[in-house]
Ligand binder design. Structure first.
Ligand code: FEO
Length: 403
């Protein structure tokens, strides 16, 4: 009888030995409605090598998958491409269990692992461009600082053409399938984009440089193996092209309106603004925080040209859901957005000014006067909202066309 938790061969010398987290719904504040995977990889070389580990609760599952190929105690090298807990949470226990001869990480990874786990053994630093001889196979390392943490790096297996890319090119998607060409391409693009927007967006400029660097290395790429989601073996050019586009954040005519509402007035404003945007040639996308979450919004602005935010005033402040989403978006540092602020109020009306301040701090170009209306909008008030939408649409048109 076959044992549970088998390893899956993914190339001539490499097995997937990770874990599928079907029930993950929150990854440090990023909503993950489709779960995730933690990918770890076993290289069956003369020097048997494990690339990354998994989140702590899945350690035994990973070790069982390894044991379906080889006694885990025969692993010689352990390489940590990234110290974040979803990949290193069980690292101390795995080191204790398999006793590898050497554990490798980037120079920043050595520090990060020390700060996390206070290990009583040496972690050996490998630098950008350094090679590691596994006997019959060969690895080299590419430092990818800030993608996603300062310690992140890629590892490349030359003989099989496998790029172990850590968080880059990954997605939070739990599936029985392990390869991109087995999964609906629309789901792949949606979840890869969602991951980019929620995890990698602040580092877009570094991604552009990294894509140039990796392209210049002319690696014989057969497979891109990230630490989350499916492995890319089909159209590799497609995910590389998408990353290039997302990193560029070129404005489009899509205008995202994010709002919340207490008694429906700010929602009436949002709907009239959307109508004005559409009449002006933009493509509005209306998102109430009663149904969308901060991760949805981050994803929506990835390919947008404008961000309009509406909030009622509650106790002299932003509505809490709006404060939440603006804090989150500010940290993601989106670029190349136009915007405007609006909202209904009863007596203070401070929220609209607060939105405008935050959008300005985010370097969103404000292209319309902030609009705040008392209590319930009149038909004339809604015309002012419609006009605001048209003003933003016209500015967006000028930005996109340069006319
Ligand atoms: Fe998948 Fe930055 O950890």
């Amino acid at each position: 009888m076959t044992a549970t938790f088998q390893a899956l061969p993914i190339s001539e010398h490499v097995y997937w030995v990770g874990a599928i987290d079907w029930n993950l719904r929150d990854f440090h504040g990023y909503a993950t409605p489709r779960g995730s995977t933690y990918n770890a990889f076993l290289i069956m070389a003369d020097r048997v090598t494990l690339i990354d580990t998994v989140k702590a609760p899945f350690k035994d599952e990973m070790l069982a998958r390894i044991a379906s190929v080889i006694d885990p105690a025969r692993i010689d090298y352990l390489i940590s491409n990234h110290a974040e807990m979803d990949h290193s949470g069980c690292l101390p226990d795995v080191i204790a269990a398999i006793k590898p001869d050497t554990v490798f990480a980037s120079p920043n990874g050595v520090t990060a692992l020390a700060n996390h786990f206070h290990l009583d053994r040496e972690i050996v630093a490998v630098k950008d461009g350094e090679a590691l001889d596994l006997g019959n196979l060969h690895l080299s390392f590419v430092e990818t600082r800030m993608l996603h943490w300062p310690d992140s790096m890629f590892t490349f297996l030359h003989e099989d053409g496998v790029l172990f890319s850590s968080d880059a090119f990954g997605m939070h998607l739990a599936t029985a399938e392990r390869f991109d060409d087995e999964i609906d391409p629309q789901i792949l693009e949606e979840e890869a984009g969602r991951y980019f927007a929620n995890i990698l967006l602040p580092y877009s400029a570094l991604i552009t440089k990294l894509l140039e660097k990796v392209g210049g290395m002319q690696l014989p790429l057969q497979l891109i193996a990230p630490d989350h989601g499916p492995l890319w073996r089909g159209d590799l050019a497609r995910i590389l092209r998408l990353y290039g586009e997302w990193a560029e954040q070129k404005p489009t005519k899509k205008a995202v309106i994010v709002y919340d509402t207490m008694w429906g007035s700010t929602e009436m404003m949002a709907r009239a603004i959307a109508d004005g945007l559409q009449a002006g040639g933009a493509t509005p996308r209306l998102l109430s925080l009663k149904s969308a979450n901060r991760s949805d919004i981050a994803h929506e602005i990835l390919d947008a040209g404008a961000l309009l935010v509406g909030s009622p005033t509650l106790n002299n402040n932003l509505f809490p859901t709006i404060a939440d989403v603006l804090t989150y978006l500010k940290g993601l540092r989106p670029r190349n957005l136009l915007g405007a602020a609006f909202g209904s109020f009863g007596w203070g009306g401070e929220a609209v000014g607060q939105i405008q301040e935050i959008l300005t701090a985010m370097k969103v170009e404000i292209v319309a006067e902030p609009l705040k209306l008392k209590y319930v909008p009149t038909p004339e008030d809604l015309t002012r909202c419609y006009d605001l939408g048209q003003t933003v649409a016209a500015a967006l048109y000028r930005t996109i066309t340069g006319l």
